[in-house]
Structure formats: structure tokens, C-alpha cells
Design a protein around this ligand. Structure first.
Ligand code: AMP
Ligand code: ZN
Length: 454
């Protein structure tokens, strides 16, 4: 890390304070973020952690060097919601998870997110999951009963440190299903038996499948080690998901910490309520980008990203069409301004300082109006707002709006006019096309090609 770099401070849910970030190994900064369960398209609330932690990934790469940062975001491809959805649609589980993942990857790319260093799949880490369960049983933190293996919550003296909830609230929040094989109400499933019709793997406890929390403990262990630097996700994951990941990993490996810094983004809301699949008040990223279902038009991914970054990641966002319109107006203005810049983009100290202060993206954006073209491009690059991608999107939209058959017919007529040396008619057609936003190029070989001008 260079000496003039700002001190990075991050709010840590574990301690409830903003702390100076000190990686375990500055030559290998490690971050894990819980990824999607690929049973359905991601909604724009799910886009928030993707964008927030992408900004952090970019900042860490800037501060420590790109080759010194590992970012792991998993793909949960075994889950009961997946089984149910595949059955409902009459397709195989693999077809469902592959198809959903392909759309997910296209969505996050359109939002300007870099691919994480590793995107592990749960189904490829079953051996690690079984190994963790065996360690937990051996150390007295888990027990097998009735084909299930459960984590014995009272065996961990400081269970609940992350969420700091009173025990009775945790019991209620755990949505405990009373089951005869459970010793305690809070005990949670590590492994459960599978029916023949359900996906399952052979294990010392019979054919079965993992519980959701176990998957993240296994994948973070495999790709980042027993203890790592940053663990992130939305605020709803604090309990029970992250609390249980911590219990599994710490008790399996005997360390004080699973990750040293726990970061959580606030909710994206619609009329004061969390956007969620279960409430039905959601818009998918795919719909926003490719249909006219939100505000009656398609939106560029850059506008969604920018609208999101206008709010600090820990604050709730009330999402509106107006926010997207304002973001797009900024993109339009900046594209004109940055287009004039020729210098190599650098990053201004103000922008870097704002981001280093617990990812203060609204403050970073507020400093942009003072910057010239090159500094503006540099700052936007660090924020992952790609003006060139936005300009390409605008051009593609214009092209889509052009009636290709009509253009071809006009070009044919113009070639005929030229063959008849009717120059006036040829020019008239060229003007008609120009008015449609189509520019012609007459090639040496006598053919004419065209492109759409903005
Ligand atoms: P899920 O598919 O529910 O596991 O969510 C995937 C990620 O999106 C998790 O990090 C959630 O915390 C996050 N998330 C879900 N809904 C919202 C929301 N409305 N606003 C912000 N983050 C959310
Ligand atoms: Zn997780």
C-alpha cells in the first residue's frame, strides 16, 4: 500500500464501530460475500450488495494492488427453493440453476460489476461441507440424529455475538420448526436426509444434502482459509445466516474469528418496505434492463448503479423512477464532459478519501462536479460507472429504434438513382436517412454501408 494512500475505515457489524481496516496479510486481502440462490432472477434489492461490494473490491484493488485481493462470491445451487421451482417448471435442477446463473452473470456485468476472483458453487464443495461437519461432531459442537446433523448451539459459549439479540428473540427469529431430533430449540441443521427424488450425496450420516449456512462456511474455508478479512451481505443475513456461519467455522477450526470485519448493506425499499420475493413487491434486474416494466422504459445498468451509489450503503434506499432519471441525466452530462478528455485518468484525493471513509459514495459523487474530464473519468472508473458502456447502450437503443427494412429499401432506391445519374434524388434519400439518424458510407466497391449516429 503506498504511503500517501488514505487510511481505510470500515463499519464493522461485529463491534458496531467504524474501524481502521488492517488485513491479516496486506499481500493477500480476502473478502467473501454471500451470493445468489439460483432459483429465480435477482431483483434490484439483490443488486445492492452486488454493487456495494464491487465498489469495495475496486477500492481494495486500488489500495493494495489488483493481484493482492481475492474476492469470493458463491453460487448457491443446492437449496429446497431450487428443488421446488424445478419441479414446478418441469425441468431438471441443473437446467434451472444453469439458466438462472447465466442470466445472473449477464445482469451483474450490465451493472458494471467486475467478476469476483472466484465464484464457487455449493455442489462442488460437498466434501468440504462433510469435513466441517465431522470436525464439529468430533469437537462436541454437533450431533447426528435421525439422518440429520445439528449444530449444538449451547455448546458455543459466545453464540450470538454478531447479532447481539436477546435469546428469546433469537429463538423466535430462528423460525424454529419443532422437530423430535433437535436437542435445543436454537440448534440448526448442518446436514439433512434426502428422499430419492431429491438431490443428495453419500455421507457418514446417509444420503443427504447440506443446510444453507454450511455451504458458505465450506466455500470460504476452501478459497480464503480458516480466518479471513471481510465478510459481507445484506443486513437481513446477520441473523441467522451469518451468526450460524460464524458458529460453524469458529467451532470447526478453533479460531477467535471467522472474518475480522463484517459488513452489511441496508435495504432497498419500495414504499417503506423491503423489496423481496416473498412480499411480491419486486422488479428483477433483468426486467429493468430489458423490458418496459419499470417506469415504462428500459434503463441502462449504469443508471441503476449510479442511483444506488447516491445513498450510503448502510442507509435504506427508497427506490423510484425519479432516482433513475436523475442518474441518467448525470450520465448524459458526464459523457459529454469526459468525451473531451484525452489524459490518462487519475483518481482525485477527495474521491479516494470519501471512499476510504466507510465507502462514502454520496460524498465521492458530490465532489465530481469540481473535476475536469480526465479526473472525472478516473473517479467514475473507481466507482465502476462506465461512461463508454453507457454511450454504447444509448447507440444500441437508437439503432433498435431504426427500421432496418426501411433503411435497406432506401439504400436500394438511392443506388438505383445513382446508377441513373439522378444525383438530386440520391441526395434527397441521403437526407431522409440522415433525418432518421442513419449515416451512409459509400465504399470503393460500389456498396453502401450505414451506421446509426446519436
Ligand atoms: P437472497 O437471495 O434473499 O439470499 O439475497 C441475496 C442478497 O441480497 C443478500 O445479501 C441479501 O441480504 C440481499 N438483499 C435481499 N433483499 C434486499 C433488499 N431489498 N435490499 C438490499 N439487499 C437485499
Ligand atoms: Zn453466506
Amino acid at each position: 500500500m503506498s504511503s500517501d494512500a488514505p487510511v481505510l475505515k470500515l463499519y464493522n457489524t461485529l463491534t458496531r464501530v467504524r474501524e481502521e481496516f488492517r488485513p491479516l496479510d496486506p499481500a493477500h486481502v480476502r473478502m467473501y460475500v454471500c451470493g445468489p440462490t439460483v432459483y429465480d432472477y435477482a431483483h434490484i434489492g439483490n443488486a445492492r450488495p452486488l454493487i456495494v461490494f464491487d465498489v469495495l473490491f475496486r477500492l481494495l484493488r486500488h489500495l493494495y494492488g489488483a493481484e493482492h485481493v481475492t474476492y469470493v462470491r458463491n453460487i448457491t445451487d443446492v437449496d429446497d427453493k431450487i428443488n421446488a421451482r424445478a419441479a414446478e417448471r418441469g425441468i431438471s435442477i441443473r437446467e434451472l440453476t444453469e439458466g438462472t446463473n447465466a442470466v445472473f452473470q449477464a445482469d451483474v456485468a450490465a451493472l458494471g460489476c467486475l467478476p469476483p476472483s472466484v465464484q464457487p458453487r455449493a455442489t462442488e464443495h460437498i466434501a468440504e461441507m462433510i469435513a466441517i461437519v465431522e470436525r464439529l461432531i468430533a469437537s462436541g459442537h454437533a450431533y447426528a440424529a435421525d439422518g440429520h446433523v445439528l449444530f449444538d448451539v449451547p455448546s458455543m459459549a459466545d453464540y450470538g455475538r454478531l447479532s447481539r439479540r436477546p435469546l428469546d428473540e433469537m429463538i423466535a427469529g430462528a423460525r424454529v420448526d419443532v422437530a423430535p431430533y433437535k436437542r435445543g430449540d436454537m440448534d440448526f441443521v448442518l446436514w439433512k436426509p434426502s428422499k430419492d427424488s431429491e438431490p443428495g450425496w453419500e455421507s457418514p450420516w446417509g444420503r443427504g444434502r447440506p443446510g444453507w449456512h454450511l455451504e458458505c462456511s465450506a466455500m470460504s474455508w476452501k478459497h480464503l482459509g480458516e480466518t479471513f478479512d471481510i465478510h459481507g451481505g445484506g443486513i437481513d443475513l446477520v441473523f441467522p445466516h451469518h451468526e450460524n456461519e460464524i458458529a460453524q467455522t469458529r467451532c470447526a477450526f478453533g479460531h477467535e474469528a471467522m472474518a475480522n470485519y463484517w459488513m452489511h448493506n441496508g435495504f432497498l425499499q419500495v414504499e417503506g418496505e423491503k423489496m423481496s420475493k416473498s412480499l411480491g413487491n419486486f422488479v428483477t434486474i433483468h426486467e429493468l434492463l430489458h423490458t418496459e416494466n419499470f417506469g415504462g422504459r428500459k434503463w441502462p445498468g449504469e443508471a441503476l448503479r449510479l442511483a444506488m451509489l447516491r445513498t450510503h450503503y448502510r442507509q435504506p434506499i427508497d427506490f423510484t423512477v425519479k432516482a433513475l432519471e436523475e442518474a441518467e441525466a448525470s450520465l448524459r452530462r458526464w459523457s459529454a464532459q469526459a468525451g473531451e478528455a484525452s489524459a490518462e485518468p487519475g483518481v482525485s484525493g477527495d474521491v479516494l478519501n470519501a471512499l476510504a471513509d466507510d465507502l462514502n459514495t454520496p460524498l465521492a459523487l458530490a465532489t465530481l462536479h469540481e473535476l475536469d474530464g480526465a479526473a472525472l473519468s478516473g473517479a467514475l472508473k473507481l466507482l465502476g460507472v462506465d461512461l463508454r458502456a453507457y454511450v454504447r447502450w444509448v447507440e444500441a437503443q437508437t439503432r433498435e429504434a431504426v427500421d432496418v427494412a426501411k433503411v435497406s429499401a432506401l439504400i436500394e432506391s438511392r443506388l438505383a438513382a445513382r446508377a441513373a445519374k439522378n444525383w438530386a434524388e440520391s441526395d434527397r434519400i441521403r437526407d431522409e436517412l440522415a433525418a432518421m439518424g442513419v449515416a451512409l458510407k459509400d465504399n470503393k466497391d460500389g456498396t453502401t454501408t450505414w451506421e446509426v449516429k446519436r
